[in-house]
Design a protein around this ligand. Structure first.
Ligand SMILES: Nc1ncnc2c1ncn2[C@@H]1O[C@H](COP(=O)(O)OP(=O)(O)OP(=O)(O)O)[C@@H](O)[C@H]1O
Ligand SMILES: [Mg+2]
Length: 493
């Protein structure tokens, strides 16, 4: 295949994308390609930067650096970072759904799908009231819009509920309605942010069917953020894995699943334990890969994106036998450090440190330790976790390991602390995390109250069952960690 053909094959080309929020590097020098007609999954632990990538693609954020090229089927190309964001759906034909469902809950299903076609209808009206009443072009467009809406209601298995308010639908059906709505805009690239979150197995299967239907019967390519590995492994053609905003693996589902860097990133064990746990994983492929070092065929080598750039959550240089890794460096970086160490090992045995990775602690400068805005406003900070043991805050939906660390750094370790937050506390923490209403929207306080009382939430159950990649091993999850990154557990913790 020549270079041109390859270009056309790529519906989306992300080149050296970086997104910084003050001192925090949410995405660092990320490059990947999504191929036309395929489902490309973007996975990674909470806070890895997945939604930020979507926000850059869909024009919600203007990236700090990098290029995002959308190649349409008619041969035209668009640099999305330069396109005004309202033109991205209309001209570049990119549609998205959100991590938190955003439907017009008081409108019927049909109305939701018609609103999505508002631009087309306004154009057909000639932007005049006369157009609305008499214009045959408008009547035709209006009839077509209803037909299209019905078509997608059928595909999403929602036609029986067409006249019900969207807010009355069960959760899984609302997710499908969002996708149907996005499809009514006729996208060439459909970006879905965690469409399977919160779905039961039946709803998850219905979602898979809908997505496979889109892949096989429309020309739409799909970019999918998903934590549920059963969805990722079943339907993706290609998987890109992020950790701390850096790409750590890129390939087909099978190669990613057995990539030691991915396993390490998702295991979230203590630094000293990385090597041990990787061995415990017991997957011969993994151990073999680990022994020969990183496989450049399906992931970045040490020269590429995730070790380059300003985030010094990185591996020190290989100095003969000694490899130094910042304490707390990303797990993936530690695996690569070990790979590099093995690769550079001289034939004649020389004394090697028992644990090449993670021993030589250097001050950590990571995304997680971005210079903090003031969190002093939080009323119930503690100097240290009670009894020396913090709760696993990643059991709260919306808190990933990155944010958990930030919270710990500011004296928040326990569910009951979060459960006791008042409005002023929430505002202080939102200012610190630069979260803009997310804590209230995701109901952290409500979730924390329940978890603090020893109850489970739907999300915490998924975390405990290893279905959510949080890069954190909870007590419960640890007990069931036999074979991570496989099937249901895949990418698990
Ligand atoms: N507007 C913003 N201002 C400041 N920081 C932000 C902003 N948006 C995201 N971040 C930070 O960027 C990092 C990546 O966030 P992002 O939401 O992209 O992660 P994610 O991979 O989608 O996580 P999750 O799986 O929890 O949805 C986080 O540390 C987050 O706090
Ligand atoms: Mg997200």
């Amino acid at each position: 295949m020549n270079a041109n053909a390859q270009m056309n094959d790529a519906i989306l080309q992300v080149d050296h994308l970086s997104m910084k929020f003050g001192g925090l590097v949410a995405i660092g020098d990320l490059s990947f390609t999504a191929r036309r007609g395929e489902i490309t999954a973007l996975i990674g632990p909470n806070g890895a930067g997945k939604t930020t990538v979507f926000n850059c693609i869909t024009g919600f954020y203007k990236p700090s650096e990098g290029m995002i090229t959308l190649n349409r089927a008619d041969g035209s190309s668009y640099l999305l970072e330069r396109l005004p964001n309202h033109e991205i759906p209309a001209r570049a034909k990119v549609a998205r759904t959100f991590q938190n469902i955003r439907l017009f809950s008081g409108m019927t299903l049909l109305e939701n799908l018609l609103v999505a076609q508002h631009n087309k209808l306004m154009k057909a009206s000639g932007y005049t009231i006369l157009g609305l009443f008499g214009f045959s072009g408008y009547r035709k467009a209006s009839a077509e819009s209803v037909e299209l809406a019905k078509h997608w209601l059928e595909k999403a298995d929602l036609v029986d509920r067409a006249d019900d308010p969207a807010g009355d639908l069960p959760y899984g059906a609302q997710r499908r309605l969002e996708i149907a709505r996005a499809m009514c805009t006729g996208p060439e690239l459909l970006c879905l942010d965690e469409p399977a979150a919160g779905l039961n197995p039946k709803e998850s299967a219905a979602l898979n069917e809908l997505l496979m239907g889109i892949k096989h019967t429309t020309g739409t390519s799909i970019l999918l953020i998903e934590h549920d590995m059963s969805v990722v492994m079943q339907i993706s053609d290609h998987v890109v894995v992020l950790e701390y905003g850096r790409k750590i693996s890129d390939g087909n589902p099978q190669s990613v699943r057995t990539d030691p860097r991915v396993i390490a990133a998702y295991l979230g064990v203590d630094d000293e334990e990385v090597e041990t746990v990787l061995t415990e994983v017991g997957d011969e492929d993994v151990i073999e890969q680990l022994d020969i070092g990183p496989d450049s065929a399906h992931g970045p080598g040490t020269s590429s994106s995730y070790l380059a750039g300003p985030v010094s959550d990185t591996v020190g240089h290989s100095q003969g036998e000694r490899v130094t890794v910042s304490k707390g460096a990303s797990k993936a970086a530690q695996v690569d450090a070990r790979g590099a160490s093995v690769a550079s090992r001289p034939v004649a045995p020389t004394p090697a440190p028992a644990k090449p990775a993670a021993k030589k602690a250097a001050p950590r400068k990571t995304a997680a330790k971005a210079p903090a805005a003031k969190a002093e406003g939080v009323s119930n900070r503690l100097a240290a976790p009670r009894g020396g043991k913090a709760d696993n805050l990643t059991r709260i939906k919306g808190i990933g390991t990155v944010n958990e660390k930030k919270l710990n750094e500011h004296g928040i370790f326990h569910f009951d602390q979060i459960g006791a937050w008042k409005k002023a506390d929430v505002e202080a923490v939102e200012a610190y995390l630069a979260f803009d209403g997310r804590i209230a929207r995701e109901e952290w306080v409500k979730q924390a109250k329940l978890l603090g009382q020893g109850k489970d939430t739907e999300f915490s159950r998924r975390v405990d069952a290893g279905k959510v990649a949080t890069s954190h091993v909870s007590g419960k999850a640890k007990a069931s960690t036999a074979k991570p990154v496989q099937g249901k557990r895949g990418g698990g913790k």
